[in-house]
Design a protein around this ligand. Structure first.
Ligand code: B3K
Ligand code: ZN
Length: 883
């Protein structure tokens, strides 16, 4: 397949001003009539009128009122070209499509008898021939016609301007979007839906209509999404001065969706997972997820829709920025300093675990990629999460007000335009008067930079010198890297654990401050601090001020001091993680060498102190007590041994429990949340710590801990507690009787929630990630009547969860996990290439495993690569892995 390069960008030969569409909706044969007015772009080197289309039956093509004969245009693959078109063109196109047969869930498709669209990135071309590229922005009017009984609700972008009856049991609705938009933001929804609605008053006094649409029977699960939407609207007004520009804003939930949600103008379409919640079906994590995704899609209305991307290489322009905005939204809603830190830690954990790993593998790419085969493969953690870190670095460098000024200038310059990442950087530079030329490398160079720290204390001169040296590993297509502009927030701790006032000639203006942002721009730089009366302990990269790996040699004592005292909560947590990682690496090696395993008292006592420190937010304590995941430990090794890592981590958990049983028990009992469930930060934090304590307690096999979990499961009044207890029971290794009892609970759970698809997903996921679940058990579960690969949520809950989140079982030494993976990717490839390509990514890091596993992995990859009719989505992923 063809590779598309950023450097080949050519502006469109024609602009589109208006688009009028008429849909005659029928599940297996929908008729689409499109009329668009176009005008030549004299600035483009493209002289032809170019349209894109895929899986369309073309019924009619008229230009300026004249039917075009087959000889008047040329179709090659997805491209239709009309040569010698006049400067002003009205095109009329009729196509026929089959939504029912569309299992790719891109374009117009059927979901449980309803019509749903997904057009980003290139789904609009599966509806009609169109210049389907984000820099072509037009005004849309959409007429929907359908059977009134089967499709009582007809929705599209913008405002409803007319609706009525057509006779013969059919009806219509006409929608007009007052804003011009790229085709990827087009949406329509039709079917049997009900809504929760509310009039909401904006700060300006204008009233808007908010609606959350769901399938019948789900109206008891929409309140949290509605609340999240109202919070989002208020937050964007207050923090960025951005107002909702429409009179009506709709959210629709569907059970069949490739990703989380989609920001279509005025008609956001969501995976049910990010809308539906009530205490009995959703966990605290689900509640938080809904809040952040509702926020994310809403914030796109300005960062993505009003100002969009010139081409798909600029994807992070909208995604990185919008992730930054949703992260800040969630942090602001909690409000407290530790609450913000907790959110930050969770975000960084994801970045390190998934993005750093992507950056170190065959799919590594810059935040602004230079090429791709299939754009849908580039909705990655690099574009989203690293992109957000890049935006956060402007925020760190320019400060709160400086960043806001940059945002204001960005909108002032580019409202209504399709622009590039460079335009955002220019707005930040011009509004602040700062030179951000070098900062561009964050967009163009892939890979995770490493910053090495060497520090010298001179007692006589009372100076402390920190030398920071940066490097960045090679990534595919990029061997040499130039130095990045890296903000390193830092402070120095005295022996008492208190911050020392900082004095450095280079940062004179901030003399006496206890925290500074050093700017590392060269390969190596030394920062000197004066007036330091005793050897300090450095706290570097506070709040994770840059997406880098910090290499620094701390002693255990220094880490202990930081964990107990650092005024930066992020680095407190970080110190704990460093202590833990050091030990888990040692334990893993000991497992491999058959040595006796042990865990030292210093570490256990540090955990005990944190666990029992009532002055600390329970959510923060939970994070410190959570050991680095098996995936994070794996990153510490050149060659990964998943079973040894698992054994080592389990040993550490059991040993911690052995020593902290009484403390864990009182943490459990001290953080009960009786009464009505509430998803506020405080209650969530309590439940989080309590359930972490429970999971530790069940590492200790005896009657009382098992009963504790059993009682929690039986009596739980919310899904958070119920699922935590069931997970602990399922992973408990005890007597046969206890195993039987756990199995009974699992069965009861299924029976109780049979009708709740999202809960059944949890039921599959819990088993997919259970310690005893092997490949055979997964195959067994795939035969369960409730399992299907056709539904992405269900496919992900069992098969993706196993391949990505149960490493010691997935990497079974006989290669059976990889064989299963290959079968699944091949099966999914036929149904849904985007979902298949996601699963294909599970094998990205195959070169990090021992030879004995690599043989099986390579065979599995090869098997997929050799499959006939492989989509370009999957082909790109597996060929890059094999390259
Ligand atoms: N913009 C969409 C993602 C579309 C993915 C297409 N394969 C959701 C989001 O980031 O908000
Ligand atoms: Zn987004």
């Amino acid at each position: 397949p063809e590779t598309i390069f950023r450097k080949d960008y050519i502006a469109p030969g024609f602009w589109v001003d208006t688009v009028e569409m008429g849909f005659d909706l029928d599940l297996s044969a929908t008729h689409v009539a499109t009329r668009m007015t176009m005008r030549r772009n004299h600035d483009s080197s493209e002289k032809d009128l170019v349209l894109f289309g895929e899986s369309l039956k073309l019924l009619q093509l008229r230009m300026n009122g004249v039917n075009l004969k087959k000889s008047a245009y040329k179709i090659e693959g997805e491209t239709l070209r009309i040569a010698n078109a006049p400067d002003e063109v009205t095109l009329e196109i009729e196509t026929r499509i089959n939504p029912l047969k569309n299992t790719s869930l891109s374009g117009l498709y059927a979901s449980n008898g309803n019509f749903i669209t997904q057009c980003e990135a290139e789904g609009f071309r599966k509806i009609t021939w169109f210049p389907d590229r984000p820099d072509v922005m037009a005004k849309y009017t959409v007429m929907l016609r359908a059977d009134k009984k089967k499709f009582p609700v007809l929705l599209s972008n913008g405002n409803l301007i007319e609706e009525g009856d057509l006779g013969d049991g059919r009806h219509f609705a006409k929608w007009e979007d007052p804003f011009k938009k790229p085709s990827y933001l087009f949406a329509l929804v039709a079917g049997k839906l009900v809504c929760q609605e509310e009039n909401y008053k904006l700060k300006s006094g204008r009233e808007v209509l908010l609606q959350v649409w769901v399938e019948d029977g789900n109206l008891d699960k929409t309140q949290h999404a509605m609340d999240s939407l109202k919070n989002s609207i208020r937050w964007d007004e207050e923090r960025f001065g951005l107002e909702l520009d429409l009179d009506r804003f709709m959210i629709v939930a569907t059970g069949d969706f490739n990703m989380g949600a989609m920001e279509n103008k005025g008609l956001n379409i969501f995976n049910t997972k990010y809308v539906l919640a009530n205490p009995s079906i959703a966990t605290d994590v689900d509640y938080a997820g809904i809040e952040s995704v509702v926020g994310h899609e809403y914030f796109h209305n300005w960062t993505g829709n009003r100002v969009t991307c010139r081409d798909w290489f600029q994807l992070s322009l909208k995604e990185g920025l919008t992730v930054f905005r949703d992260q800040e939204f969630s942090a602001d809603l909690v409000g407290t300093a530790t609450g913000r830190a907790v959110k930050r830690i969770e975000d960084v954990r994801l970045l390190r675990q998934v993005q750093f790993s992507e950056d170190a593998g065959p799919m590594a790419h810059p935040v602004r990629p230079d090429s791709f085969v299939e754009i849908n493969n580039f909705y990655t953690v690099t574009i989203y999460e690293k992109g957000s870190e890049v935006v956060r670095m402007y925020y760190t460098l320019l400060g709160h007000d400086g960043f806001r000024k940059g945002m204001d200038l960005y909108f002032e310059r580019h409202d209504g335009q399709a622009v590039e990442c460079d335009d955002f950087r220019a707005a930040m530079a011009d509004s602040s008067g700062r030179d951000l030329t070098q900062f561009e490398r964050w967009y163009s160079q892939a890979g995770t930079p490493r910053v090495k720290v060497d520090a010298i204390y001179d007692a006589e001169a009372q100076t402390y010198s920190i030398t920071l040296s940066q490097s960045c590993p090679a990534t595919p297509g990029q061997t040499e890297k130039l130095p990045f502009h890296i903000p390193v927030a830092m402070g120095l701790l005295g022996a008492d654990g208190k911050d020392i006032p900082l004095h450095s000639v280079a940062y004179e203006a901030q003399a006496g401050a206890t925290s500074l942002v050093l700017e590392l721009t060269e390969a190596s730089q030394t920062f000197v601090f004066t007036g330091v009366s005793s050897k300090p302990v450095p706290s570097l990269l506070r709040n994770f001020s840059a997406p880098v790996v910090l290499e620094i040699d701390y002693s255990d004592e220094e880490l202990g001091l930081l964990l107990a005292n650092d005024s930066d909560p992020f680095n407190r947590w970080e110190a704990g993680q460093r202590l833990a990682t050091r030990r888990l690496v040692k334990l893993t090696t000991a497992v491999q060498q058959g040595e006796e395993l042990s865990l030292d008292g210093m570490f256990i006592e540090a955990l005990r102190a944190t666990l029992n420190d009532a002055s600390l937010d329970p959510a923060f304590r939970e994070l410190v007590l959570t050991l680095p995941s098996e995936a994070m430990i794996a990153e510490e090794f050149k060659v990964v041994d998943p079973q040894a890592i698992h054994t080592a981590r389990q040993f550490a958990r059991a040993t911690i429990t052995e020593h902290l049983r009484a403390d864990l028990l009182s943490a459990y009992e001290g953080h009960l949340t009786p009464g009505k469930y509430s998803p506020d930060a405080q209650s969530m934090a309590k439940r989080g710590l309590k359930n972490l304590a429970l999971s530790y307690l069940l590492e200790w096999s005896d009657e009382s801990t098992f009963e504790l979990a059993k009682t929690q499961f039986d009596d739980a009044e919310n899904m958070t507690d119920r699922l935590a207890a069931l997970t602990a029971l399922t992973n408990f290794s005890g007597t046969d009787k206890q195993a039987k009892s756990a199995a009974k609970s699992l069965k009861a759970f299924y029976k109780d929630f049979k009708k709740e698809a999202l809960v059944i997903d949890k039921w599959f996921m819990l088993q997919a990630t259970a310690r005893t679940t092997d490949v055979a058990k997964i195959r067994d579960l795939m035969e369960h009547p409730a399992f299907t690969l056709n539904n992405p949520n269900r496919a992900r809950s069992l098969t993706f969860a196993f391949c990505n989140a149960n490493p010691s079982r997935f990497h079974a030494v006989d290669g059976s996990g990889y064989a299963l993976w290959a079968e699944l990717v091949i099966a999914l490839n036929k149904l849904n290439p985007q979902v298949a390509a996601r699963l294909a990514r599970s094998m990205d890091r195959w070169k990090k495993y021992p030879e004995s596993l690599q043989v099986h992995m390579k065979a599995a990859l090869q098997k997929v690569a050799d499959t006939k009719k492989l989509s370009k989505d999957v082909l790109e992923v597996v060929s890059k892995a094999l390259a």
